[in-house]
Design a protein around this ligand. Structure first.
Ligand code: C2E
Ligand code: CA
Ligand code: CA
Ligand code: CA
Length: 277
């Protein structure tokens, strides 16, 4: 191709190649990171807004690179979902949470339930379900201390799979939490069919809206619906006192957000837990 167009085509081809190479490099680095066990859980407290009491935690993956950098999930999770590597990462975080709980139980420290994120991708994998169950047995941690958070996934979103998964996990004593409720991928339709235990209200709901009274009505209606369905609510992304007030007005009491605490290394979460017991 000649002239200007040719230059553009060459430019885009080159950019495309560069992006591909970066992607390949990231993929290989993550693969290596999985082999070296470089993915670790940070834990963010869930608290009762009235008593400030610690009621749980959420394990959030961090990648501690060999150079000691702490890399957030936004960098590697999307690629890991595309390639299926997410399965290994979720399992590694889960196992480290089980180890964490085991160590505290052995030391006689009262533990709070910790939720672990599992990509909905796993729901297609029978083997993986058994692995979740077996790992728990291996560490002999009560299933009541583990909450499974089904994260959003643009790729796998089959209600039948989620139903089967939930029933099976319930039969083993785990509770199931629906992440990012109210965002595109966690719908009312799902709620109609799947008897989940916890709804995590997406942080988008806390943002100011053009007409806050509309937002407040939607928010309090979700809370009312959840109450009637016997589903617990956790509000995520609680950053400001206004968010806490909104929660109070709507009668929900469990918050997770920077206003109370950020995700922290497990040793720090351990200190928070010890203070509570
Ligand atoms: P998520 O599961 O919705 O997790 C909550 C995210 O909100 C976390 O981001 C947390 O740090 C952040 N957050 C908490 N409180 C606040 C707040 O007050 N304000 C704001 N602006 N943000 C807050 P993080 O740790 O970067 O994780 C991002 C996402 O990556 C998670 O969203 C989850 O979808 C995914 N993820 C993290 N760890 C794992 C994992 O082990 N497995 C899988 N499959 N996905 C994971
Ligand atoms: Ca989550
Ligand atoms: Ca969420
Ligand atoms: Ca999210």
């Amino acid at each position: 191709i000649k002239g200007t167009l040719g230059r553009y085509v060459a430019y885009y081809t080159e950019e495309f190649d560069k992006a591909n190479i970066r992607n390949e490099q990231l993929k290989r680095a993550v693969q290596q990171g999985i082999e070296n066990g470089e993915f670790i859980p940070f834990i963010q407290p869930k608290v009762n807004i009235d008593t400030r009491e610690l009621v749980g935690g959420e394990a959030l993956a961090r990648w501690r690179s060999p150079e000691g950098k702490m890399i957030s999930p936004g960098v590697f999770i999307p690629m890991c979902e595309q390639t299926g590597m997410i399965v290994d990462i979720d399992m590694m975080i889960y196992e480290k949470v089980l180890q964490f709980l085991r160590a505290h139980l052995d030391a006689g420290i009262a533990c709070v339930p910790i939720s672990v994120n599992f990509s909905r991708m796993h729901l297609l994998n029978e083997d993986f379900l058994d692995q979740i169950v077996r790992k728990r047995e291996e560490y002999n941690v009560p299933a009541s201390l583990i909450e499974i958070e089904l994260t959003e996934s643009a790729i796998f979103d089959n209600i039948d799979n989620i139903y089967v998964f939930t029933e099976k996990m319930h039969s083993h004593g785990f509770s199931i939490s629906m992440d990012d409720f109210g965002s595109g991928y966690s719908s009312l339709n799902m709620l109609k069919d799947v008897p989940i235990d916890v709804l995590k209200i997406d942080k988008g709901f806390l943002e100011e809206s053009k007409d806050n009274s509309r937002r407040n009505i939607i928010f309090s209606t979700i809370v009312e619906m959840a109450t009637q369905l016997n589903i617990r609510i956790v509000v995520e992304g609680v950053e400001f006192i206004e968010n806490v007030e909104l929660m109070r007005n709507c009668g929900c009491s469990i918050a997770q957000g920077f206003y109370f605490a950020r995700p922290m290394p497990s040793e720090d979460f351990s200190d928070v837990m010890k203070k509570g017991s």
